[in-house]
Design a protein around this ligand. Structure first.
Ligand code: ADP
Ligand code: MG
Length: 251
């Protein structure tokens, strides 16, 4: 069994009396793809926001790679190697594809500073070469100098993932990456994530509503309902679990 990379220890979160998370304990192991599923309002996004420092837990703590995350700000957590992929692509449509990735590689600086720095970067320099390779690795090698805004939806998703990976994170967190996608784009996303996993061995935590995606990607699954962990296991253990089926009834 691989060692624990992310340790969520007894996390509680209340919003004005509402128990969004209660006594959540969860270990994410190095190199696994771990899906967090559960009905709407289960607390999935809140849990992810606690992990990336956007929300402070009411109680409990989160450790990453042996370091305490609780109390740190999102950019500090990002610098420790935790990358988060947002639901809506945060790309700069007026910049080229490779410029977007170069920006992401410098993303520990603020936007204006990055733009100034970027103008001094040569695409044939070290940052540019790394960006070009990362793009080629995920199938965007033909689009380096196209405007990011002109990419297809699927390619924007690819670009966004290259940008998240540009900082060489140890863990990638995704909140419903296929929400609102047509089946074809969803399948593309599955392929891209599989590709990333194969090429980088990175640890992935994915919140996902679409069971097709979950069962295509997850090594292990944690089920949240009403802010509590109600089940955990490999996909086969979760599929027929009566508690899980019950939690989804009425959805
Ligand atoms: P999920 O992502 O599983 O759908 P969320 O984590 O978004 O669930 O929400 C869990 C519960 O916490 C819900 O009842 C939601 O309404 C509530 N909640 C989430 N964020 C806030 C907030 N900022 N303020 C108040 N209540 C919130
Ligand atoms: Mg959510």
């Amino acid at each position: 069994m691989n060692p624990t990379l992310l340790h969520i220890d007894n996390v509680h979160k209340t919003f004005a009396g509402l128990h969004a998370l209660s006594d959540v304990n969860l270990d994410i192991r190095e190199g696994e793809t771990h899906a967090i599923i559960g009905p709407n309002g289960a607390g999935k996004s809140t849990l992810l926001n606690v992990c990336v420092g956007v929300i402070a837990p009411t109680k409990g703590k989160v450790l990453f790679d042996g370091q305490q995350l609780t109390g740190r700000r999102p950019f500090e957590i990002n610098q420790l190697g935790v990358a988060r992929v947002f639901q809506t692509p945060e790309i700069f449509g007026d910049l080229t594809v490779i410029e977007n990735v170069m920006m992401a590689m410098l993303s520990h600086r603020d936007g204006a500073f990055r733009l100034r720095l970027l103008s001094r970067f040569d695409e044939r320099g070290q940052v540019g070469r790394r960006a070009a390779k990362a793009l080629a690795d995920l199938g965007l090698g033909d689009h380096l100098h196209h405007l990011a805004g002109a990419l297809s939806r699927g390619d924007k998703r690819r670009l966004e993932l290259v940008m998240s990976l540009a900082q060489d994170p140890k863990m990638l967190l995704l909140d419903e990456p296929t929400a609102g996608m047509a089946r074809a784009d969803t399948n593309t996303t599955i392929d891209i994530l599989r590709d990333i996993k194969r090429k980088t061995g990175i640890t992935i935590v994915i919140i996902e509503h679409d069971m097709h995606v979950v069962f295509s990607l997850a090594d292990r699954i944690t089920v949240l309902a009403g802010g509590r962990v109600i089940a955990q296991g490999v996909p086969e253990e979760i599929k027929g679990n009566p508690k899980v089926i019950e939690a989804y009834l009425g959805e």
